[in-house]
Design a protein around this ligand. Structure first.
Ligand code: ZN
Length: 390
């Protein structure tokens, strides 16, 4: 069940107040004459209160470095649902796909699909994908739209593919997929929720996100969506998770970069998801400024247009900013009898980048190095955990 996170979040963990736990506070007393005088002047009760407060503070500081070290140790790695891997292990990658998606809305969100059915349905396609030489898939279904990380873990284990999942909130589609607290909480509070999933894992599974996924509408960002992007930037600067944003158009993408800049995050932290919705010069402009441009709606029918766009990136020496994918998914349908409906434009899921686009790029003079850049090196760079500050 995709239960909403508790409003206040987990309480700060404190070590039990035991005789051995008192020792560090006492030795600190010896090392701090000012506090020693203060301590001597107290009665027994206030000494106990003082010790308890000191221990709580010590415990809080004891927790912080451990968490910071964990993030630092992961810098330079990629986080999959089965744990961290080196960027060199990622291999050929689809940068934006889905397993199960449920459009029922955040307020009604609960796990409706049969995970076993979803597992059997999707696994067959992942096995075919692996046969085509693909090694990794970035699963972009956010919380409150059917994110099922336990299913992804099973699929990764069974298929042998690397799968990444995400944390963050999706504000596009009229905010239907935003939980109520996203409207009332501050950017810092939202960032804290996402950072808790990053540090502690998602929904008690221990599975950690590999990137942040947000969603915004077209045009200049609304106040609410500015807050989401601000929260994303703040979470990025503490975790190094890339910020993939479902974005209505180029104007919104440039506005996202403005907010990132205000927060001190570099454009390289941003993946402009669905950049194909605003084809042309603005894609190149976003790439020039350093953002990742995700052309993730590929289908064989759109082959010529994609070759045209990629040729423009190539001419401008910007192929190193582009990601490729299909954005295929299975939606949860029905009210009493639940079924899964494939959305892949009538194609076999996850395949045509390899069977149609890559051959078309070769025919149009793209070298193997350039194709590897698009399908291997770029996703490895984009999803590597690294704080990208201004
Ligand atoms: Zn998508």
């Amino acid at each position: 069940m995709a239960l909403p996170p508790s409003p206040g979040g987990p309480p700060l963990k404190r070590p039990p107040v035991a005789p051995t736990a008192v020792e560090p506070a006492l030795s600190w007393r010896v090392a701090s004459p000012v506090c020693t005088v203060y301590f001597r002047g107290m009665n027994r009760l206030s000494r106990r209160t003082f010790l308890r407060a000191t221990l709580a503070t010590t415990a809080a500081f004891a927790v912080l470095p451990r968490r910071a070290t964990a993030t630092d140790e992961l810098t330079g790695k990629i986080m999959t649902v089965l744990g961290p891997i080196g960027p060199g292990e990622l291999g050929r990658t689809l940068a934006h796909e889905h397993g199960v998606v449920d459009f029922i809305g955040a307020e009604k969100a609960r796990r409706r699909h049969d995970s076993q059915e979803a597992f059997a349905t999707i696994l067959a396609h992942l096995e075919k994908l692996k046969q085509l030489g693909c090694r990794s898939l970035v699963e972009c279904t956010p919380n409150y739209i059917g994110r099922d990380v336990a299913l992804l873990k099973r699929l990764a284990t069974a298929s042998g593919l690397h799968i990444l999942t995400n944390t963050g909130y999706y504000g596009a589609a009229g905010n239907k997929f935003l939980p109520r607290h996203a409207h009332t909480e501050s950017a810092d509070e939202l960032a804290d929720r996402w950072l808790r999933e990053w540090r502690d894992g998602i929904e008690g599974t221990g599975i950690r996100p590999g990137f942040l996924k947000l969603g915004v509408e077209k045009g200049k960002l609304s106040e609410l969506h500015v807050k989401l992007v601000r929260a994303g930037a703040r979470a990025h600067l503490k975790s190094g998770l890339a910020i993939a944003i479902h974005t209505g158009d180029g104007e919104a993408a440039l506005d996202e970069m403005r907010v990132l800049k205000e927060e001190g995050a570099a454009a390289e932290a941003l993946i402009w998801v669905h950049a194909q919705n605003d084809g042309g010069p603005i894609q190149l402009e976003a790439a020039r400024r350093g953002a990742w441009v995700s052309l993730d709606g590929f289908g064989a029918k759109r082959r010529d247009r994609y070759v045209e766009w990629l040729s423009a990136f190539r001419k401008e020496n910007l192929l190193n900013r582009v990601l490729l994918s299909h954005d295929h998914f299975w939606s949860v349908e029905g009210s009493e009898t639940i079924s899964l409906k494939l959305h892949s434009g009538g194609e076999a899921p996850f395949q045509s980048v390899w069977t149609s686009l890559v051959p078309a790029l070769r025919e149009n003079g793209f070298t193997q190095e350039e194709i590897d850049r698009l399908t291997i090196k770029n996703p490895a760079e984009a999803f590597t955990l690294r704080r990208r500050a201004q």
